[in-house]
Write a protein that binds this ligand. Structure first.
Ligand code: SAM
Ligand code: SF4
Length: 474
């Protein structure tokens, strides 16, 4: 079929981003400490915050108050997610693009980028390599181009699910691509996608217009803003939102993300499954003049405020960031990171050790292999998880929101983290990671009450280690 959808937002689509109102909230003066503490107390009840309440946290200046926000984020991360950090990898499938986003190496006016689209055999080869490393969860990434219509995306997803490498298999394929229409979303849902991610890049209308030239598809702000809501209405009830931090004021865009999350909940019945907050990275031929660099301290603030504002939404931090920044950010509420990522098309089988900017959308800050990332997580006291159970058990969208009550998460997520981790340790880990991981599993088991749930879990772990059983999820 190879066609891109007409730029026709769904019925009732509204542009709910009121720049003036949001700026008004952010310029109401330095936040009153009592008000900040009131908002933090509400968040500790696990209640999502309003846009105005989030603005109060973004107006806090006093380092003591900022630390209280960070503390609350740490506490919420621990309560909702425990020590678990879910691991995934990106798989770039095609970098042709009809858009001309000023910040992106794939923009159509960049003559120096090496353009490539993986064919089915090449996608399978990448999947085999990722499975050999131990990955179970991918996000497939596409430029926007008629070649990458919904059918092409669905075919890619089907090919990946169909590619097995011994015990290795990809069990969840998320998608990061341009917005689709209803028929397109239904098609990719039928192929079994996990999350459909669409980053709005910046919610600031003026910056958006400046960075996405008139006449390009991406210049249509409402089509993109309405994209995740249309996805939910068409049955893709697991959606991911994101902002590319560095394009406009970080406080404004943090509020934009919260406004978008609330809009989805209120108008489409389901909040976002994940939020992403990449920072602008060097990319081929990209001029950083006029951009709004976000410091490490500001990024930590963004993460902490998001954790507090939307306690049940997953937060994704990618390898755009350096290992040091990722280490620091984990405590504030990040729940998913990638490991062993390569951005070059075909990079998991063909790339040399060094990154090649002319083959990438942007350069990465953390290129460590998955095993090293997993081992470091263990050493730091986190629990690496390769779990993909929820959407496969139908716990998505509204249902997932109900399950996202701490008791339910513990019932499913903790044992699934252990079963999926032991699979990784047995099948893929280096000896050092295996030793560290198995010790951690024992420690987790020792903390559990000696009841039937524990003995059942112990038996599953034994079957994985001794009988070659796999995919024993709850
Ligand atoms: N082409 C689709 C789109 O724009 O929605 C799909 C994904 S695009 C390949 C993935 C994301 O990469 C973009 O949404 C943008 O946020 C991010 N990105 C683009 N240029 C970047 C850069 N220089 N540094 C960091 N992230 C960048
Ligand atoms: Fe194309 Fe996406 Fe890059 Fe924009 S961000 S140029 S749409 S690949």
């Amino acid at each position: 079929m190879t066609r891109l959808p007409d730029l026709q937002p769904g019925p009732g689509a509204v542009d709910f981003i009121d720049d003036a109102a949001m700026r008004g909230l952010l310029s109401a003066g330095i936040a009153d400490p009592a008000q900040v503490r009131e908002v933090l107390a509400k968040s500790l009840e696990l209640a999502p915050l309003t846009v105005a309440e989030t603005a109060v946290l973004l107006r806090a200046e006093d380092p003591v108050l900022v630390e209280e926000i960070h503390e609350t984020a740490r506490a919420l991360k621990q309560r909702v997610y425990g020590d678990r950090i879910v691991l995934f990898a990106p798989l770039y499938v095609g970098n042709d693009c009809v858009n001309d986003c000023a910040y992106c190496g794939f923009r159509r006016s960049n003559p120096d980028i090496v353009r490539r689209t993986l064919d089915e055999g090449e996608v399978r080869a990448q999947a085999l390599a990722l499975e050999a490393a131990g990955h179970k969860r991918l996000v497939v990434v596409f430029g926007e181009h008629p070649r990458y219509d919904a059918e092409a995306i669905a075919a890619t997803v089907r090919a990946i699910y169909d590619t097995h490498n011994g015990h290795g298999e990809i069990r969840r394929v998320n998608v990061n691509a341009a917005p689709l229409d209803d028929a397109g979303y239904r098609l990719v849902k039928e192929a079994g996608i996990g999350t459909y991610q669409i980053f709005h890049e910046t919610y600031d209308h003026a910056a958006y217009a400046r960075l996405h030239p008139q006449g390009t598809r991406k210049a249509d702000y409402l089509w993109r803003l309405d994209g995740p809501g249309r996805a939910i209405d068409a049955g893709c009830d697991d959606v991911g939102l994101g902002v590319l931090f560095g394009l406009a004021d970080w406080r404004f865009d943090t509020l934009g993300l919260v406004a978008h999350a609330r809009h989805l909940q209120e108008r489409h019945g389901v909040g976002p499954h994940t939020l992403s907050f990449p920072r602008l990275r060097p990319a081929q031929g990209v001029d950083f003049g006029g951009m709004h660099p976000v410091s490490d301290a500001e990024l930590m603030r963004v993460i902490a405020v998001l954790r507090v504002a939307v306690p049940y939404t997953g937060l994704i931090l990618t390898a755009r960031e350096t290992a040091a920044v990722r280490r620091a950010a984990l405590d504030f509420g990040v729940s998913q990171i990638d490991g062993g990522s390569r951005l070059e098309l075909g990079g998991y089988t063909e790339a040399p050790a060094a990154q090649a900017i002319e083959r990438e959308q942007f350069t990465l800050g953390d290129t460590r292999p998955l095993d090293e990332v997993a081992r470091e997580l263990l050493e730091m006291g986190h629990l690496p998880s390769f779990c993909t159970a929820c959407y496969r058990m139908g716990r998505t969208g509204e249902v997932f929101m109900e399950y996202a009550i701490p008791g339910f998460i513990e019932k499913f997520c903790s044992p699934n983290a252990l079963t999926s981790l032991v699979e990784y340790l047995v099948d893929h880990a280096s000896p050092a990671t295996r030793v560290a991981g198995l010790a951690r599993v024992e420690k987790e088991l020792a903390l559990m009450d000696d009841d039937t749930r524990k003995s059942e879990l112990v038996e599953r772990l034994r079957r994985i280690r001794e009988d070659g059983a796999r995919d024993l999820h709850y």
